[in-house]
Design a protein around this ligand. Structure first.
Ligand code: APR
Length: 249
């Protein structure tokens, strides 16, 4: 009997011994946070090379901070959606060993996931571009007329998120590689898969026979380039369906 794509995915997940998820902006769309690319993506409003690059930030930190404030504003009402919650439950049940996320919104942790590698950093912390001090951003109120926020040392503060043109800290990068190498099944959820280092994960994973499943309403560069099962749909719908299928067993 020919298995449906969905049944095939269920079988792979059931047979997995070390499954991880790699998530992108799409998983948080149902929490009210827009993705970066696509028709309603943030990069249509904010040119990333101007607002979200390290060169742009150095040239005009106030301009970049106007964009960062929009990101902080989005987080005020954002709550984890069913997709975040299901991944956290799967970690608790031992079905999922960890998450590599490109998102800087903290929603996986708020949903209860513990093993999360934030490969692009997060908005939780600010880092001083002069003395390197890390400052927790929770409770901070940024004054839009008095940007950018400054460190006590007189340096300019920047969210501890990786901007275009910045290197990913090597400890974060190596943690990702270790997670990918250990995995026998990877769920790519809500990512266009074009940004480093996620764009190199499928090839590394396939080298040791890892099985790849993609959850995305659209086909992506990952679907086109690699041998992966594509579960077409929104993250919360597809994960809810998968979770129901497991609960019924
Ligand atoms: N469920 C699942 N996937 C979705 C949903 C949804 N509800 N809505 C949109 N998507 C998909 C889109 O089809 C797209 O493939 O999510 C993906 C979002 O792609 P991007 O906006 O490119 O986000 P991401 O892959 O996370 O971007 C990577 O690029 O701009 C930088 O640093 C930024 O971390 C970001 C990185």
């Amino acid at each position: 009997m020919q298995l449906s794509v969905f049944d095939h995915a269920i079988q792979l997940i059931r047979d997995s011994r070390h499954m991880i998820a790699v998530t992108g902006a799409g998983i948080s769309v149902d929490s009210g946070i827009p993705a970066f690319r696509g028709d309603t993506g943030l990069w249509n409003t904010y040119d990333p090379s101007v607002y979200a690059s390290i060169e742009g930030f150095r040239e005009n930190p106030r301009r970049s901070w106007e964009f960062f404030l929009e990101l902080y504003d989005q987080l005020i009402d954002a709550r984890p959606n069913a997709a975040h919650t299901i991944l956290a439950e799967w970690e608790q049940k031992g079905l999922l060993q960890g998450i590599i996320t490109q998102n800087i919104d903290d929603l996986h942790q708020q949903a209860g996931s513990h093993h999360v590698i934030e490969v692009h950093g997060s908005l939780r912390n600010l880092i001083c571009t002069t003395c390197g001090q890390i400052i927790h951003s929770r409770g901070m109120i940024f004054d839009s007329v008095d940007l950018p926020p400054m460190c006590r040392c007189g340096g300019i503060l920047k969210p501890e998120a990786v901007l275009f043109g910045e290197s990913i800290p090597s400890t974060w990068y190596f943690a990702c590689l270790e997670a990918i190498r250990k995995a026998d099944t990877i769920l790519f959820i809500g990512t266009s898969g074009i940004v480093h280092p996620v764009n190199e994960f499928p090839e590394i994973a396939l080298r040791h026979g890892c099985r790849l499943i993609e959850i995305n309403p659209d086909a992506t560069v990952l679907t086109r380039l690699y041998d992966m099962i594509h579960l077409q749909g929104f993250a919360n719908d597809v994960l809810t369906r998968l979770a129901e299928a497991f609960n019924e067993q």
